[in-house]
Design a protein around this ligand. Sequence first.
Ligand code: FAD
Ligand code: DHB
Length: 396
Amino acid sequence: MRTQVGIIGAGPAGLFLAHLLHRAGISSVIIESRSREEVEGTVRAGVLEHWVAELIKDLGLGERMLREAHFHDGITLQWNRQRHHVDIAALTGGKHVTVYPQHEVLKDLIAGLLARGGEILFGARAAAIHGADTETPSVEFCRDATNTSEMLHCDYIAATDGFHGPGRQAIPAAKRVEYQKIYPFGWLGILTKAPLSWHELIYANQQDGFALLSTRSPDVQRMYIQCDPADDIAAWSDARIWDELHARLDTEGWALTEGPIFQKGIIPLRSFVCETMRHGRLFLAGDAAHIVPPTGAKGLNLAVADVRVLSRLLDAVHKTGDLSVLDRYSATCLRRIWKAERFSWYMTTMLHKNDEDSDFERRIHFAELDLIRTSESSARSLAENYVGLPFDNGHE
Ligand code: FAD
Ligand code: DHB
Protein backbone atom coordinates (compact mmCIF):
# COMPACT_ATOMS: atom_id res chain seq x y z
CA MET A 1 0.00 0.00 0.00
CA ARG A 2 1.11 3.57 -0.65
CA THR A 3 -0.09 6.97 0.53
CA GLN A 4 1.39 10.42 1.15
CA VAL A 5 0.92 10.46 4.93
CA GLY A 6 0.67 7.26 6.97
CA ILE A 7 -1.24 7.96 10.20
CA ILE A 8 -1.06 5.58 13.19
CA GLY A 9 -4.16 5.89 15.41
CA ALA A 10 -7.74 7.06 14.86
CA GLY A 11 -8.06 9.21 17.97
CA PRO A 12 -8.74 12.95 17.80
CA ALA A 13 -5.20 13.72 16.54
CA GLY A 14 -5.23 11.16 13.71
CA LEU A 15 -8.77 11.87 12.53
CA PHE A 16 -8.46 15.68 12.54
CA LEU A 17 -5.14 15.32 10.70
CA ALA A 18 -6.69 13.15 8.00
CA HIS A 19 -9.47 15.73 7.49
CA LEU A 20 -7.06 18.69 7.37
CA LEU A 21 -4.80 16.88 4.88
CA HIS A 22 -7.78 15.86 2.75
CA ARG A 23 -8.84 19.52 2.62
CA ALA A 24 -5.32 20.41 1.42
CA GLY A 25 -5.43 17.71 -1.28
CA ILE A 26 -2.94 15.40 0.51
CA SER A 27 -3.75 11.68 0.75
CA SER A 28 -3.50 9.65 3.96
CA VAL A 29 -4.33 6.23 5.36
CA ILE A 30 -5.11 5.68 9.07
CA ILE A 31 -4.05 2.43 10.74
CA GLU A 32 -6.11 1.84 13.94
CA SER A 33 -5.66 -1.19 16.18
CA ARG A 34 -9.17 -1.10 17.68
CA SER A 35 -12.53 -1.71 16.01
CA ARG A 36 -14.71 1.23 14.94
CA GLU A 37 -17.21 0.28 17.70
CA GLU A 38 -14.50 0.43 20.38
CA VAL A 39 -13.15 3.77 19.17
CA GLU A 40 -16.65 5.25 19.06
CA GLY A 41 -17.61 3.79 22.45
CA THR A 42 -14.67 4.88 24.66
CA VAL A 43 -15.75 7.59 27.10
CA ARG A 44 -13.04 10.23 27.65
CA ALA A 45 -12.91 14.01 27.27
CA GLY A 46 -15.86 16.36 27.33
CA VAL A 47 -14.81 19.97 26.72
CA LEU A 48 -13.81 21.58 23.41
CA GLU A 49 -11.87 24.82 23.19
CA HIS A 50 -13.64 27.55 21.24
CA TRP A 51 -11.48 27.22 18.13
CA VAL A 52 -11.85 23.40 18.03
CA ALA A 53 -15.64 23.76 17.89
CA GLU A 54 -15.15 26.36 15.12
CA LEU A 55 -12.82 23.98 13.23
CA ILE A 56 -15.41 21.21 13.39
CA LYS A 57 -17.89 23.61 11.79
CA ASP A 58 -15.33 24.77 9.16
CA LEU A 59 -14.73 21.15 8.19
CA GLY A 60 -18.46 20.83 7.52
CA LEU A 61 -18.91 18.39 10.41
CA GLY A 62 -20.72 20.56 12.94
CA GLU A 63 -24.36 19.73 12.30
CA ARG A 64 -24.86 17.23 15.13
CA MET A 65 -22.61 19.18 17.51
CA LEU A 66 -24.70 22.32 16.98
CA ARG A 67 -27.82 20.31 17.78
CA GLU A 68 -26.58 18.22 20.72
CA ALA A 69 -23.66 20.02 22.41
CA HIS A 70 -24.03 22.25 25.45
CA PHE A 71 -22.65 25.76 25.00
CA HIS A 72 -21.88 27.42 28.33
CA ASP A 73 -20.95 31.05 29.01
CA GLY A 74 -18.71 30.13 31.91
CA ILE A 75 -17.71 27.65 34.62
CA THR A 76 -18.37 27.57 38.37
CA LEU A 77 -15.58 27.26 40.93
CA GLN A 78 -16.50 26.09 44.44
CA TRP A 79 -14.58 26.17 47.73
CA ASN A 80 -15.55 26.78 51.36
CA ARG A 81 -19.15 25.89 50.31
CA GLN A 82 -19.25 29.06 48.20
CA ARG A 83 -19.66 29.15 44.43
CA HIS A 84 -18.14 31.63 42.04
CA HIS A 85 -19.17 31.96 38.38
CA VAL A 86 -16.26 32.68 36.03
CA ASP A 87 -17.91 34.54 33.16
CA ILE A 88 -15.75 33.18 30.36
CA ALA A 89 -17.79 34.75 27.55
CA ALA A 90 -17.52 38.23 29.09
CA LEU A 91 -13.81 37.82 29.87
CA THR A 92 -12.82 36.55 26.40
CA GLY A 93 -14.90 38.68 24.06
CA GLY A 94 -17.72 36.17 23.61
CA LYS A 95 -16.01 32.76 23.50
CA HIS A 96 -17.90 29.75 24.83
CA VAL A 97 -17.25 26.46 26.59
CA THR A 98 -18.51 23.61 24.37
CA VAL A 99 -19.41 20.39 26.17
CA TYR A 100 -19.52 17.69 23.46
CA PRO A 101 -18.01 14.31 24.33
CA GLN A 102 -14.89 13.08 22.58
CA HIS A 103 -16.54 9.89 21.31
CA GLU A 104 -19.30 11.94 19.67
CA VAL A 105 -16.62 14.09 17.97
CA LEU A 106 -14.93 10.88 16.80
CA LYS A 107 -18.20 9.49 15.39
CA ASP A 108 -18.66 12.69 13.35
CA LEU A 109 -15.02 12.68 12.15
CA ILE A 110 -15.08 8.99 11.16
CA ALA A 111 -18.40 9.20 9.29
CA GLY A 112 -17.27 12.42 7.55
CA LEU A 113 -13.89 10.99 6.52
CA LEU A 114 -15.35 7.77 5.12
CA ALA A 115 -18.00 9.77 3.23
CA ARG A 116 -15.18 11.82 1.64
CA GLY A 117 -13.36 8.69 0.48
CA GLY A 118 -10.82 8.64 3.33
CA GLU A 119 -9.27 5.34 4.32
CA ILE A 120 -9.25 4.01 7.90
CA LEU A 121 -8.05 0.46 8.52
CA PHE A 122 -9.74 -0.58 11.78
CA GLY A 123 -8.45 -3.69 13.53
CA ALA A 124 -4.94 -3.06 12.11
CA ARG A 125 -2.05 -2.75 14.58
CA ALA A 126 1.14 -0.87 13.67
CA ALA A 127 4.02 -3.15 14.69
CA ALA A 128 7.08 -1.20 13.49
CA ILE A 129 8.15 2.03 11.82
CA HIS A 130 10.91 1.65 9.22
CA GLY A 131 13.20 4.27 7.70
CA ALA A 132 11.86 7.25 9.66
CA ASP A 133 15.02 9.20 8.85
CA THR A 134 15.06 8.23 5.17
CA GLU A 135 13.03 9.53 2.20
CA THR A 136 11.06 6.29 2.03
CA PRO A 137 9.54 5.62 5.46
CA SER A 138 7.02 2.84 6.00
CA VAL A 139 4.76 1.37 8.66
CA GLU A 140 4.62 -2.38 9.17
CA PHE A 141 1.20 -3.44 10.41
CA CYS A 142 -0.90 -6.51 11.02
CA ARG A 143 -4.65 -6.83 10.48
CA ASP A 144 -6.57 -8.83 13.12
CA ALA A 145 -8.63 -10.45 10.37
CA THR A 146 -5.71 -11.98 8.44
CA ASN A 147 -2.88 -11.99 10.99
CA THR A 148 -0.32 -11.33 8.25
CA SER A 149 2.24 -8.57 8.10
CA GLU A 150 1.67 -5.75 5.57
CA MET A 151 3.54 -2.56 4.70
CA LEU A 152 2.25 1.00 4.26
CA HIS A 153 4.76 3.06 2.24
CA CYS A 154 4.51 6.82 2.61
CA ASP A 155 6.29 10.17 2.35
CA TYR A 156 5.66 11.06 6.01
CA ILE A 157 4.42 9.23 9.12
CA ALA A 158 2.24 10.81 11.82
CA ALA A 159 2.33 8.87 15.10
CA THR A 160 -1.01 9.86 16.63
CA ASP A 161 -1.09 6.60 18.56
CA GLY A 162 -1.65 7.84 22.11
CA PHE A 163 0.60 7.55 25.15
CA HIS A 164 1.11 3.76 24.89
CA GLY A 165 1.56 3.49 21.10
CA PRO A 166 4.85 2.56 19.38
CA GLY A 167 5.42 5.99 17.74
CA ARG A 168 7.40 7.71 20.49
CA GLN A 169 9.77 4.74 20.90
CA ALA A 170 10.66 5.02 17.20
CA ILE A 171 12.57 8.22 18.01
CA PRO A 172 16.02 7.10 19.17
CA ALA A 173 16.32 7.41 22.97
CA ALA A 174 19.40 9.62 22.60
CA LYS A 175 17.33 12.20 20.66
CA ARG A 176 14.45 12.28 23.20
CA VAL A 177 14.20 14.17 26.46
CA GLU A 178 11.15 13.27 28.56
CA TYR A 179 9.71 15.41 31.37
CA GLN A 180 7.22 13.85 33.76
CA LYS A 181 5.25 14.54 36.93
CA ILE A 182 3.03 11.92 38.58
CA TYR A 183 0.33 13.26 40.93
CA PRO A 184 -0.46 11.38 44.16
CA PHE A 185 -4.18 11.30 43.28
CA GLY A 186 -6.43 9.99 40.50
CA TRP A 187 -9.97 10.60 39.21
CA LEU A 188 -12.92 8.29 39.59
CA GLY A 189 -15.31 9.12 36.74
CA ILE A 190 -18.96 8.08 36.49
CA LEU A 191 -21.84 8.38 34.06
CA THR A 192 -25.27 8.54 35.67
CA LYS A 193 -28.77 8.63 34.26
CA ALA A 194 -29.95 11.74 36.08
CA PRO A 195 -31.28 15.16 35.15
CA LEU A 196 -29.01 18.23 34.99
CA SER A 197 -28.13 19.47 38.50
CA TRP A 198 -26.49 22.80 37.60
CA HIS A 199 -26.44 24.97 34.45
CA GLU A 200 -22.64 24.78 33.97
CA LEU A 201 -19.58 22.75 34.99
CA ILE A 202 -18.62 22.94 38.69
CA TYR A 203 -14.96 22.48 39.68
CA ALA A 204 -14.95 22.04 43.49
CA ASN A 205 -12.21 21.85 46.10
CA GLN A 206 -13.82 21.02 49.47
CA GLN A 207 -12.46 19.51 52.71
CA ASP A 208 -11.98 16.04 51.18
CA GLY A 209 -10.66 17.32 47.88
CA PHE A 210 -11.71 17.69 44.26
CA ALA A 211 -14.99 16.94 42.49
CA LEU A 212 -16.19 17.91 39.01
CA LEU A 213 -19.77 18.07 37.84
CA SER A 214 -20.13 17.90 34.05
CA THR A 215 -22.85 16.82 31.67
CA ARG A 216 -23.45 14.68 28.62
CA SER A 217 -27.11 15.23 27.74
CA PRO A 218 -30.26 16.48 29.49
CA ASP A 219 -30.63 13.07 31.16
CA VAL A 220 -27.02 11.78 31.41
CA GLN A 221 -24.47 13.47 33.69
CA ARG A 222 -20.68 13.01 33.99
CA MET A 223 -19.01 13.43 37.39
CA TYR A 224 -15.51 12.93 38.74
CA ILE A 225 -14.11 12.64 42.28
CA GLN A 226 -10.52 12.76 43.46
CA CYS A 227 -9.44 9.31 44.68
CA ASP A 228 -6.34 7.25 45.32
CA PRO A 229 -5.05 6.16 41.87
CA ALA A 230 -4.32 2.71 43.32
CA ASP A 231 -7.93 2.25 44.51
CA ASP A 232 -9.82 -0.80 43.29
CA ILE A 233 -13.02 0.39 41.59
CA ALA A 234 -14.82 -2.50 43.35
CA ALA A 235 -14.22 -0.68 46.65
CA TRP A 236 -16.35 2.21 45.37
CA SER A 237 -19.99 1.17 45.76
CA ASP A 238 -22.58 3.48 44.24
CA ALA A 239 -23.59 4.58 47.77
CA ARG A 240 -19.99 5.53 48.60
CA ILE A 241 -19.64 7.48 45.33
CA TRP A 242 -22.82 9.48 46.02
CA ASP A 243 -21.75 10.15 49.63
CA GLU A 244 -18.43 11.57 48.42
CA LEU A 245 -20.01 13.58 45.61
CA HIS A 246 -22.55 15.11 48.02
CA ALA A 247 -19.81 15.88 50.54
CA ARG A 248 -17.79 17.76 47.89
CA LEU A 249 -20.49 19.42 45.78
CA ASP A 250 -23.53 20.18 47.94
CA THR A 251 -24.00 23.71 49.29
CA GLU A 252 -26.48 25.26 51.72
CA GLY A 253 -29.94 24.65 50.22
CA TRP A 254 -28.60 22.80 47.11
CA ALA A 255 -28.04 19.06 46.70
CA LEU A 256 -26.82 17.07 43.71
CA THR A 257 -29.51 15.03 41.92
CA GLU A 258 -28.73 11.30 41.99
CA GLY A 259 -29.51 8.61 39.39
CA PRO A 260 -28.42 5.08 38.46
CA ILE A 261 -24.66 4.87 37.75
CA PHE A 262 -24.04 2.91 34.51
CA GLN A 263 -20.30 3.44 33.96
CA LYS A 264 -17.39 3.98 36.34
CA GLY A 265 -13.59 3.89 36.15
CA ILE A 266 -10.40 5.27 37.71
CA ILE A 267 -7.60 7.11 35.86
CA PRO A 268 -4.21 8.23 37.21
CA LEU A 269 -3.12 11.86 36.76
CA ARG A 270 0.19 12.72 35.13
CA SER A 271 1.98 15.48 33.24
CA PHE A 272 4.37 14.35 30.50
CA VAL A 273 6.21 16.01 27.61
CA CYS A 274 8.53 14.42 25.04
CA GLU A 275 11.02 16.72 23.32
CA THR A 276 11.61 16.38 20.33
CA MET A 277 8.39 15.51 18.52
CA ARG A 278 10.10 14.79 15.20
CA HIS A 279 12.62 12.32 13.85
CA GLY A 280 13.27 12.73 10.11
CA ARG A 281 9.91 12.11 8.45
CA LEU A 282 8.21 10.83 11.61
CA PHE A 283 6.07 13.32 13.57
CA LEU A 284 4.48 12.71 16.99
CA ALA A 285 1.18 14.45 17.76
CA GLY A 286 -1.28 14.39 20.67
CA ASP A 287 -0.97 12.03 23.65
CA ALA A 288 1.91 10.24 21.87
CA ALA A 289 4.03 13.30 22.73
CA HIS A 290 2.40 14.76 25.83
CA ILE A 291 -0.08 14.13 28.63
CA VAL A 292 -1.84 16.67 30.84
CA PRO A 293 -3.88 15.95 33.96
CA PRO A 294 -7.53 16.38 32.88
CA THR A 295 -8.41 19.25 35.25
CA GLY A 296 -7.80 21.93 32.59
CA ALA A 297 -9.71 19.99 29.87
CA LYS A 298 -6.74 20.38 27.54
CA GLY A 299 -5.71 16.88 26.27
CA LEU A 300 -7.97 16.54 23.25
CA ASN A 301 -7.61 20.21 22.37
CA LEU A 302 -3.83 20.04 22.44
CA ALA A 303 -3.89 16.97 20.20
CA VAL A 304 -5.87 18.96 17.61
CA ALA A 305 -3.51 21.95 17.96
CA ASP A 306 -0.50 19.73 17.08
CA VAL A 307 -2.10 18.41 13.91
CA ARG A 308 -3.22 21.91 12.93
CA VAL A 309 0.48 22.84 12.87
CA LEU A 310 1.53 19.61 11.14
CA SER A 311 -1.11 19.86 8.40
CA ARG A 312 -0.12 23.48 7.67
CA LEU A 313 3.55 22.58 7.38
CA LEU A 314 2.88 19.53 5.18
CA ASP A 315 0.64 21.70 3.02
CA ALA A 316 3.49 24.22 2.66
CA VAL A 317 5.91 21.43 1.66
CA HIS A 318 3.33 20.04 -0.78
CA LYS A 319 2.98 23.46 -2.45
CA THR A 320 6.62 24.62 -2.46
CA GLY A 321 8.72 21.48 -2.19
CA ASP A 322 10.72 23.22 0.58
CA LEU A 323 11.19 20.61 3.31
CA SER A 324 13.00 22.98 5.66
CA VAL A 325 9.68 24.32 7.07
CA LEU A 326 9.30 20.96 8.81
CA ASP A 327 12.18 21.95 11.09
CA ARG A 328 9.72 24.29 12.82
CA TYR A 329 7.26 21.54 13.82
CA SER A 330 8.54 20.52 17.23
CA ALA A 331 9.37 23.99 18.57
CA THR A 332 6.09 25.48 17.34
CA CYS A 333 4.00 22.76 18.99
CA LEU A 334 6.03 22.79 22.19
CA ARG A 335 5.43 26.49 22.83
CA ARG A 336 1.67 25.83 23.07
CA ILE A 337 2.15 22.48 24.81
CA TRP A 338 4.17 23.94 27.70
CA LYS A 339 1.54 26.65 28.25
CA ALA A 340 -1.17 23.98 28.37
CA GLU A 341 1.03 21.91 30.72
CA ARG A 342 1.37 24.95 32.97
CA PHE A 343 -2.38 25.64 32.99
CA SER A 344 -3.28 21.98 33.61
CA TRP A 345 -0.75 21.76 36.47
CA TYR A 346 -2.09 25.04 37.94
CA MET A 347 -5.74 23.93 37.84
CA THR A 348 -4.81 20.51 39.24
CA THR A 349 -2.70 21.91 42.07
CA MET A 350 -5.24 24.57 43.00
CA LEU A 351 -8.26 22.27 42.98
CA HIS A 352 -7.01 19.04 44.61
CA LYS A 353 -6.19 18.10 48.17
CA ASN A 354 -2.63 16.81 48.16
CA ASP A 355 -1.82 14.82 51.30
CA GLU A 356 1.86 15.55 50.69
CA ASP A 357 1.16 19.31 51.07
CA SER A 358 1.32 21.24 54.32
CA ASP A 359 -1.63 23.31 55.61
CA PHE A 360 0.31 26.32 54.37
CA GLU A 361 0.07 25.17 50.73
CA ARG A 362 -3.59 24.26 51.13
CA ARG A 363 -4.34 27.80 52.24
CA ILE A 364 -2.37 29.18 49.29
CA HIS A 365 -4.68 27.21 46.97
CA PHE A 366 -7.77 28.73 48.57
CA ALA A 367 -6.14 32.16 48.25
CA GLU A 368 -5.62 31.50 44.53
CA LEU A 369 -9.30 30.65 44.16
CA ASP A 370 -10.27 33.80 46.04
CA LEU A 371 -7.98 35.82 43.79
CA ILE A 372 -9.99 34.63 40.77
CA ARG A 373 -13.16 35.83 42.56
CA THR A 374 -11.75 39.26 43.37
CA SER A 375 -9.26 40.05 40.58
CA GLU A 376 -10.48 40.48 37.03
CA SER A 377 -7.01 39.92 35.59
CA SER A 378 -6.72 36.57 37.41
CA ALA A 379 -10.16 35.54 36.21
CA ARG A 380 -9.34 36.64 32.65
CA SER A 381 -6.11 34.63 32.63
CA LEU A 382 -8.01 31.50 33.67
CA ALA A 383 -10.76 32.18 31.11
CA GLU A 384 -8.30 32.77 28.22
CA ASN A 385 -6.47 29.53 28.96
CA TYR A 386 -9.66 27.53 29.47
CA VAL A 387 -11.27 28.48 26.11
CA GLY A 388 -7.93 28.05 24.32
CA LEU A 389 -5.07 30.51 23.90
CA PRO A 390 -4.83 32.33 20.59
CA PHE A 391 -2.41 30.84 18.08
CA ASP A 392 1.05 32.35 17.98
CA ASN A 393 0.63 33.53 14.39
CA GLY A 394 3.83 34.45 12.63
CA HIS A 395 5.78 31.99 14.77
CA GLU A 396 4.15 28.85 13.37
P1 FAD B 1 -5.83 8.77 21.66
O1 FAD B 1 -7.21 9.32 21.81
O2 FAD B 1 -5.25 7.95 22.75
O3 FAD B 1 -5.82 7.94 20.29
C1 FAD B 1 -4.75 7.08 19.94
C2 FAD B 1 -5.29 5.97 19.05
O4 FAD B 1 -4.20 5.18 18.58
C3 FAD B 1 -6.23 5.01 19.79
O5 FAD B 1 -7.45 4.89 19.10
C4 FAD B 1 -5.45 3.70 19.83
O6 FAD B 1 -6.29 2.57 19.76
C5 FAD B 1 -4.56 3.83 18.61
N1 FAD B 1 -3.32 3.02 18.68
C6 FAD B 1 -2.47 2.88 19.73
N2 FAD B 1 -1.47 2.04 19.40
C7 FAD B 1 -1.67 1.66 18.12
C8 FAD B 1 -0.97 0.80 17.22
N3 FAD B 1 0.15 0.13 17.59
N4 FAD B 1 -1.48 0.62 15.96
C9 FAD B 1 -2.60 1.26 15.57
N5 FAD B 1 -3.30 2.09 16.38
C10 FAD B 1 -2.85 2.29 17.65
N6 FAD B 1 -9.05 16.23 27.00
C11 FAD B 1 -9.69 17.42 26.75
O7 FAD B 1 -9.25 18.17 25.87
N7 FAD B 1 -10.79 17.83 27.46
C12 FAD B 1 -11.31 17.07 28.44
O8 FAD B 1 -12.34 17.44 29.01
C13 FAD B 1 -10.64 15.81 28.76
N8 FAD B 1 -11.13 15.00 29.72
C14 FAD B 1 -10.59 13.73 29.86
C15 FAD B 1 -11.18 12.89 30.77
C16 FAD B 1 -10.69 11.60 30.92
C17 FAD B 1 -11.36 10.69 31.92
C18 FAD B 1 -9.59 11.14 30.12
C19 FAD B 1 -9.07 9.72 30.25
C20 FAD B 1 -9.00 11.99 29.22
C21 FAD B 1 -9.49 13.29 29.08
N9 FAD B 1 -8.93 14.16 28.15
C22 FAD B 1 -9.51 15.40 27.97
C23 FAD B 1 -7.77 13.76 27.35
C24 FAD B 1 -8.11 13.28 25.94
O9 FAD B 1 -9.07 12.25 26.00
C25 FAD B 1 -6.83 12.80 25.23
O10 FAD B 1 -5.84 13.79 25.38
C26 FAD B 1 -7.08 12.53 23.72
O11 FAD B 1 -7.79 11.33 23.54
C27 FAD B 1 -5.76 12.44 22.95
O12 FAD B 1 -6.00 12.14 21.61
P2 FAD B 1 -4.94 11.38 20.72
O13 FAD B 1 -5.57 11.27 19.36
O14 FAD B 1 -3.62 12.00 20.84
O15 FAD B 1 -4.78 9.94 21.39
C1 DHB C 1 -14.89 16.80 31.47
C2 DHB C 1 -13.61 16.33 31.63
C3 DHB C 1 -12.64 17.20 32.09
O1 DHB C 1 -11.37 16.76 32.23
C4 DHB C 1 -12.92 18.53 32.39
O2 DHB C 1 -11.94 19.34 32.85
C5 DHB C 1 -14.20 18.99 32.21
C6 DHB C 1 -15.19 18.11 31.74
C7 DHB C 1 -15.95 15.88 31.00
O3 DHB C 1 -15.63 14.69 30.79
O4 DHB C 1 -17.10 16.31 30.83
